[in-house]
Design a protein around this ligand. Sequence first.
Ligand code: ITT
Length: 202
Amino acid sequence: MNTMILATKNAGKLREVREIFPELTILSMTEIGLDPEIIEDGTTFAENALIKARAVHAALGENPEGYAVIADDSGIEIDYMDKAPGVYSSRYLGEDTPYTYKNQVILDNLKDAGPGQRTCRYVAAIAVVLADGQELVTEEACEGEIAYSPAGEGGFGYDPIFYVPMYGKNMAELTPDEKNRISHRGKALRRMRACLQAGKSW
Ligand code: ITT
Protein backbone atom coordinates (compact mmCIF):
# COMPACT_ATOMS: atom_id res chain seq x y z
CA MET A 1 0.00 0.00 0.00
CA ASN A 2 2.28 2.79 -1.24
CA THR A 3 -0.40 5.15 -2.48
CA MET A 4 -3.31 6.64 -0.58
CA ILE A 5 -5.97 9.04 -1.77
CA LEU A 6 -6.52 12.00 0.55
CA ALA A 7 -10.17 13.08 0.63
CA THR A 8 -9.59 16.81 1.00
CA LYS A 9 -9.73 20.09 -0.85
CA ASN A 10 -7.60 21.81 1.79
CA ALA A 11 -4.08 22.45 0.45
CA GLY A 12 -2.70 22.96 3.97
CA LYS A 13 -3.85 19.50 5.06
CA LEU A 14 -2.47 17.91 1.88
CA ARG A 15 0.96 19.47 2.50
CA GLU A 16 1.06 18.36 6.14
CA VAL A 17 -0.15 14.79 5.48
CA ARG A 18 2.62 14.45 2.88
CA GLU A 19 5.20 15.79 5.36
CA ILE A 20 4.04 13.40 8.10
CA PHE A 21 3.80 10.32 5.82
CA PRO A 22 6.92 10.67 3.61
CA GLU A 23 6.95 6.90 3.02
CA LEU A 24 3.66 7.08 1.09
CA THR A 25 2.56 8.67 -2.13
CA ILE A 26 -0.41 10.81 -1.11
CA LEU A 27 -2.63 11.89 -3.99
CA SER A 28 -5.45 14.31 -3.44
CA MET A 29 -8.88 13.34 -4.73
CA THR A 30 -8.74 16.21 -7.23
CA GLU A 31 -5.38 14.96 -8.57
CA ILE A 32 -7.06 11.71 -9.60
CA GLY A 33 -10.07 13.52 -11.04
CA LEU A 34 -12.57 12.81 -8.26
CA ASP A 35 -14.87 15.46 -6.82
CA PRO A 36 -17.81 13.63 -5.23
CA GLU A 37 -20.46 15.60 -3.40
CA ILE A 38 -19.63 15.28 0.28
CA ILE A 39 -22.17 16.39 2.86
CA GLU A 40 -20.38 16.80 6.16
CA ASP A 41 -23.43 16.49 8.39
CA GLY A 42 -21.81 14.57 11.22
CA THR A 43 -21.73 16.05 14.70
CA THR A 44 -18.27 14.76 15.61
CA PHE A 45 -14.85 14.95 13.97
CA ALA A 46 -14.77 11.16 13.67
CA GLU A 47 -18.16 11.00 11.92
CA ASN A 48 -17.17 13.68 9.43
CA ALA A 49 -13.78 12.09 8.71
CA LEU A 50 -15.56 8.79 7.95
CA ILE A 51 -18.15 10.55 5.77
CA LYS A 52 -15.34 12.02 3.62
CA ALA A 53 -13.30 8.81 3.40
CA ARG A 54 -16.38 6.71 2.54
CA ALA A 55 -17.53 9.15 -0.15
CA VAL A 56 -14.20 9.05 -1.95
CA HIS A 57 -13.90 5.28 -1.49
CA ALA A 58 -17.34 4.91 -3.13
CA ALA A 59 -16.34 7.29 -5.94
CA LEU A 60 -13.30 5.09 -6.73
CA GLY A 61 -15.76 2.42 -7.90
CA GLU A 62 -14.00 -0.82 -8.91
CA ASN A 63 -10.70 0.63 -7.62
CA PRO A 64 -8.43 -1.69 -9.65
CA GLU A 65 -5.30 -0.09 -8.11
CA GLY A 66 -6.53 -1.06 -4.64
CA TYR A 67 -6.16 2.45 -3.27
CA ALA A 68 -6.89 3.14 0.37
CA VAL A 69 -8.60 6.45 1.15
CA ILE A 70 -7.62 8.71 4.05
CA ALA A 71 -9.51 11.72 5.38
CA ASP A 72 -8.91 14.36 8.06
CA ASP A 73 -11.66 16.19 9.88
CA SER A 74 -10.35 18.77 12.27
CA GLY A 75 -11.07 22.04 13.99
CA ILE A 76 -10.41 24.35 16.88
CA GLU A 77 -12.35 24.30 20.18
CA ILE A 78 -12.17 27.59 22.09
CA ASP A 79 -13.25 27.15 25.71
CA TYR A 80 -14.25 30.82 26.17
CA MET A 81 -16.63 30.39 23.18
CA ASP A 82 -18.22 27.19 24.58
CA LYS A 83 -15.90 25.06 22.41
CA ALA A 84 -16.97 26.79 19.17
CA PRO A 85 -16.31 26.68 16.28
CA GLY A 86 -15.40 22.97 16.72
CA VAL A 87 -16.61 20.83 13.82
CA TYR A 88 -17.74 24.03 12.09
CA SER A 89 -14.22 25.57 12.03
CA SER A 90 -13.90 25.78 8.25
CA ARG A 91 -17.46 27.17 7.91
CA TYR A 92 -17.13 29.64 10.83
CA LEU A 93 -18.09 33.16 9.58
CA GLY A 94 -18.33 31.75 6.04
CA GLU A 95 -16.27 29.17 4.16
CA ASP A 96 -14.64 31.77 1.88
CA THR A 97 -14.03 34.40 4.54
CA PRO A 98 -10.29 35.20 4.87
CA TYR A 99 -8.62 33.88 8.00
CA THR A 100 -7.17 37.32 8.75
CA TYR A 101 -10.79 38.37 9.39
CA LYS A 102 -11.89 35.18 11.21
CA ASN A 103 -8.85 35.37 13.47
CA GLN A 104 -9.48 39.03 14.28
CA VAL A 105 -13.11 38.24 15.22
CA ILE A 106 -11.89 35.55 17.62
CA LEU A 107 -9.36 37.97 19.17
CA ASP A 108 -12.20 40.50 19.60
CA ASN A 109 -14.48 37.84 21.15
CA LEU A 110 -11.76 37.14 23.70
CA LYS A 111 -10.83 40.75 24.44
CA ASP A 112 -11.98 40.41 28.07
CA ALA A 113 -10.51 36.93 28.54
CA GLY A 114 -7.43 36.98 30.74
CA PRO A 115 -4.69 34.40 31.23
CA GLY A 116 -6.29 31.11 32.17
CA GLN A 117 -9.43 31.90 30.17
CA ARG A 118 -7.87 31.58 26.73
CA THR A 119 -7.43 27.80 26.56
CA CYS A 120 -8.23 26.04 23.30
CA ARG A 121 -7.28 22.94 21.38
CA TYR A 122 -7.01 21.65 17.88
CA VAL A 123 -8.65 18.25 17.33
CA ALA A 124 -8.10 15.97 14.33
CA ALA A 125 -9.85 12.73 13.46
CA ILE A 126 -8.20 10.62 10.77
CA ALA A 127 -10.30 8.01 8.97
CA VAL A 128 -8.97 5.37 6.60
CA VAL A 129 -11.07 3.13 4.37
CA LEU A 130 -8.98 0.29 2.98
CA ALA A 131 -9.57 -1.11 -0.48
CA ASP A 132 -11.57 -4.02 1.01
CA GLY A 133 -13.84 -1.60 2.90
CA GLN A 134 -12.23 -2.01 6.35
CA GLU A 135 -12.44 1.23 8.34
CA LEU A 136 -10.10 2.71 10.95
CA VAL A 137 -10.35 5.99 12.87
CA THR A 138 -7.92 7.77 15.18
CA GLU A 139 -8.31 11.08 16.99
CA GLU A 140 -5.85 13.36 18.79
CA ALA A 141 -5.78 16.87 20.22
CA CYS A 142 -3.18 19.60 20.61
CA GLU A 143 -3.69 21.96 23.58
CA GLY A 144 -2.94 25.66 23.31
CA GLU A 145 -4.19 29.16 24.04
CA ILE A 146 -5.64 31.94 21.95
CA ALA A 147 -2.83 34.48 21.58
CA TYR A 148 -3.31 38.21 22.20
CA SER A 149 -2.32 39.07 18.62
CA PRO A 150 -1.61 37.18 15.39
CA ALA A 151 1.97 36.21 14.50
CA GLY A 152 3.75 34.06 11.90
CA GLU A 153 3.31 33.08 8.28
CA GLY A 154 3.47 29.27 8.46
CA GLY A 155 0.74 26.66 8.60
CA PHE A 156 -2.80 27.70 7.68
CA GLY A 157 -6.19 28.63 9.13
CA TYR A 158 -6.12 29.60 12.80
CA ASP A 159 -2.36 29.00 13.23
CA PRO A 160 -1.44 32.73 13.55
CA ILE A 161 -3.55 33.04 16.75
CA PHE A 162 -2.91 29.57 18.24
CA TYR A 163 -0.27 30.02 20.96
CA VAL A 164 1.74 26.89 21.77
CA PRO A 165 2.98 27.15 25.39
CA MET A 166 5.68 24.49 24.89
CA TYR A 167 7.41 26.56 22.21
CA GLY A 168 6.44 30.01 23.54
CA LYS A 169 5.34 30.86 19.99
CA ASN A 170 2.23 30.89 17.87
CA MET A 171 1.69 27.85 15.64
CA ALA A 172 2.27 29.89 12.47
CA GLU A 173 5.76 30.82 13.77
CA LEU A 174 6.87 27.17 13.97
CA THR A 175 8.77 25.30 11.26
CA PRO A 176 6.76 22.52 9.56
CA ASP A 177 8.75 19.93 11.56
CA GLU A 178 8.04 21.66 14.85
CA LYS A 179 4.32 21.88 14.07
CA ASN A 180 4.00 18.28 12.87
CA ARG A 181 5.78 16.97 15.99
CA ILE A 182 3.12 18.34 18.35
CA SER A 183 0.06 18.95 16.18
CA HIS A 184 -3.29 17.18 16.42
CA ARG A 185 -2.79 16.01 12.82
CA GLY A 186 0.76 14.76 13.39
CA LYS A 187 -0.27 12.77 16.45
CA ALA A 188 -3.45 11.31 14.90
CA LEU A 189 -1.59 10.32 11.71
CA ARG A 190 1.23 8.62 13.63
CA ARG A 191 -1.37 6.72 15.65
CA MET A 192 -3.03 5.69 12.37
CA ARG A 193 0.34 4.49 11.04
CA ALA A 194 0.68 2.28 14.15
CA CYS A 195 -2.87 0.88 13.69
CA LEU A 196 -2.20 0.06 10.05
CA GLN A 197 1.12 -1.57 10.89
CA ALA A 198 -0.50 -3.62 13.68
CA GLY A 199 -3.19 -4.80 11.26
CA LYS A 200 -0.45 -5.50 8.69
CA SER A 201 -2.27 -3.18 6.30
CA TRP A 202 0.81 -1.00 5.84
P1 ITT B 1 -11.73 19.22 3.72
O1 ITT B 1 -13.06 18.95 4.39
O2 ITT B 1 -11.83 19.33 2.24
O3 ITT B 1 -10.68 18.28 4.19
P2 ITT B 1 -11.79 21.63 5.34
O4 ITT B 1 -10.79 22.72 5.57
O5 ITT B 1 -13.19 22.05 5.03
O6 ITT B 1 -11.21 20.69 4.19
P3 ITT B 1 -12.57 20.54 7.91
O7 ITT B 1 -14.04 20.54 7.68
O8 ITT B 1 -11.94 19.36 8.61
O9 ITT B 1 -11.75 20.65 6.56
O10 ITT B 1 -12.21 21.86 8.71
C1 ITT B 1 -10.96 22.01 9.29
C2 ITT B 1 -10.77 23.45 9.66
O11 ITT B 1 -10.24 23.53 11.00
C3 ITT B 1 -9.74 24.11 8.77
O12 ITT B 1 -10.34 24.64 7.60
C4 ITT B 1 -9.19 25.18 9.71
O13 ITT B 1 -10.08 26.26 9.80
C5 ITT B 1 -9.20 24.47 11.06
N1 ITT B 1 -7.94 23.72 11.27
C6 ITT B 1 -7.80 22.38 11.34
N2 ITT B 1 -6.51 22.04 11.48
C7 ITT B 1 -5.82 23.18 11.50
C8 ITT B 1 -4.45 23.50 11.60
O14 ITT B 1 -3.53 22.54 11.69
N3 ITT B 1 -4.10 24.78 11.57
C9 ITT B 1 -5.03 25.74 11.47
N4 ITT B 1 -6.33 25.55 11.34
C10 ITT B 1 -6.74 24.28 11.36
